[in-house]
Design a protein around this ligand. Structure first.
Ligand code: BG6
Length: 483
């Protein structure tokens, strides 16, 4: 259904996130009729541009992501919703005019802070000073929220001085992915899994987010962040929470976030003593990804002295009743062999085998988040034929594309932006979650920084350093590979 009129004001309106994600997402919602002509969308940045110039830029960006002819027809209508205003986030220039234009608080006004986190506080203060922090105001902030627990708390304090927690939407775009939302459906809309969803029946869990891309024009950000901050602190821990949380009483935003928070707080700390056993970090060297030769990280960066990790594997444990002793093996990296994100729930073997010497493969539930979204349950079957009772592990396979048709999945940002306008915070991180995640990450970082070891090199196009394989294999387990 179409949304009521709203205003969306994007700080960083000419930036990469706005052009590559936000504006395409808004455009698709417009083309589908969810955003009406009554909406106003403002791009704000320092560049001096007028509405026309901005619309042409956005047109060029959108033409790259256009998915069908119907959408192309909607383009002019969408561009007409856009306005551009020049603004300096660290001075008052441009603000009174903006406030005048936005006018009364008679519609939802969303301010999207698609700028670096060091500017979040400034924007909050200016919004307040110019009378734009009102009941109709919502602010959206992107990760990274800080670089550690202390800086995250400072950002949250700065925003909290101006806005109520219910007005602040902290995006983790993984939560907007269809397949990630499906995890909640799978766990809580099926009677089959939940009784087995605990240490009594699950041997271990794997979460892999593998990418083939390298630095992608983000060198200055990425080299200061590294894979632990860039991916593990947010996306991967959020996935872990959704796998591990207790059933919330409802889909109420706080009911879910309370349960996720308990998981984060129950993560067993990794410290200077255990980091060497429980974590592996890597940095890619030159190699070939999907048949293309690519340079190593340091060459891409143009420096020789960086110890930033582009790969992390680690073994996490959740110290609570449900999960005691169940390892969660997590890994993520750039320039790996294949782009694939998946969660693998590996069940325990049957207690007793009646099949003699034949090895039995335990059941696995594989949730493929991207690409080729789907759910696969691996079960053991008899191989048909008159011979003996021969067993084979085979997949019960559900592909999203086959089951739900080939229609394009809305991008995560489409869902998330509409949720902000509707005021549904279910898929956004609450302050305490972000801080609890950092509290677990910080000691890992500290242990790495204190150690003399550099990240382990791996060849671009591989699955990361061999130590990441050893991390799981020395415990008699293997990283899942689709057979
Ligand atoms: C971002 C990270 O949050 O997520 C990037 O900063 C990463 O480094 C990206 O590439 C991955 O997102 P997706 O949706 O492509 O899996």
């Amino acid at each position: 259904p179409p949304l009521d009129a709203f205003d969306l004001i994007i700080f960083g309106g000419t930036g990469d996130l706005a052009q590559r994600k936000l504006l395409p997402a808004l455009f698709h919602r417009y083309a589908d009729g969810q955003i009406t002509d009554a909406a106003r969308i403002y791009g704000l940045a320092r560049d001096s541009l007028d509405d026309g110039g901005y619309r042409e830029r956005v047109r060029a960006a959108l033409q790259k992501t256009m998915h069908d002819a119907r959408a192309a027809e909607a383009l002019d209508g969408f561009l007409a919703l856009l306005r551009y205003r020049t603004i300096d986030l660290t001075s008052d220039a441009g603000w009174p005019e903006l406030a005048g234009e936005l006018g009364a608080c008679d519609r939802v006004q969303v301010f999207y802070l698609a700028v670096g986190p060091d500017l979040f506080g400034h924007v909050g203060d200016r919004l307040q000073r110019h009378g734009l922090a009102r009941p109709c105001t919502r602010v959206v902030v992107e990760k990274p929220i800080g670089r550690d627990a202390v800086s995250a708390a400072a950002i949250n304090d700065a925003l909290g001085r101006v806005f109520a927690e219910s007005q602040i939407f902290r995006i983790d775009h993984y939560l907007g992915k269809e397949t990630v939302q499906n995890l909640t459906a799978l766990r809580f809309a099926n009677a089959l899994f939940e009784p087995l969803w605990n240490a009594g029946h699950i041997d271990h869990v794997q979460i892999t987010v593998a990418e083939t891309v390298g630095l992608e024009r983000r060198a200055s950000y990425y080299d200061r962040a590294g894979a632990l901050r860039d991916m593990v602190q947010n996306h991967i821990l959020q996935l872990l929470c959704l796998v591990a949380m207790e059933p919330p009483a409802s889909l109420d935003a706080d009911a879910i976030r309370d349960e996720k928070l308990k998981v984060l707080r129950a993560l067993k700390p990794i410290d200077a003593h255990s980091a060497a056993q429980l974590t592996v970090r890597g940095q890619y060297r030159a190699g070939a990804v999907e048949g293309q030769a690519v340079p190593g990280y340091l060459d891409e960066l143009g420096r020789t002295d960086s110890r930033t990790e582009t790969f992390v594997a680690l073994k996490a444990e959740i110290a609570n009743w449900r999960w005691a002793g169940v390892p969660f093996y997590l890994r993520t990296g750039k320039r790996l062999a294949q782009r694939v994100s998946e969660i693998v729930i590996s069940f325990r073997p049957v207690p007793h085998s009646i099949f003699g010497e034949q090895p039995l493969s335990p059941n696995k539930l594989v949730l493929r988040l991207q690409p080729d979204e789907g759910v696969t349950l691996w079960i053991t079957n008899k191989v048909p034929g008159p011979g003996g009772l021969r067993l084979r592990n085979v997949p019960l396979d559900m592909s999203f594309a086959e089951t739900f048709g080939g229609a394009r999945h809305p991008d995560a940002y489409e869902r998330l932006l509409m949720d902000v306008v509707r005021g549904n915070a279910m898929l956004f991180m609450r302050r305490d979650e972000v801080e609890a995640a950092w509290a677990w990450i910080d000691p890992i970082r500290a242990a790495w920084e204190a150690s003399d070891d550099a990240p382990k090199p791996y060849t671009a196009g591989s699955w990361g350093p061999s130590a990441a394989v050893a991390l799981i294999e020395r415990e008699g387990r293997h990283w899942h590979e689709d057979a």
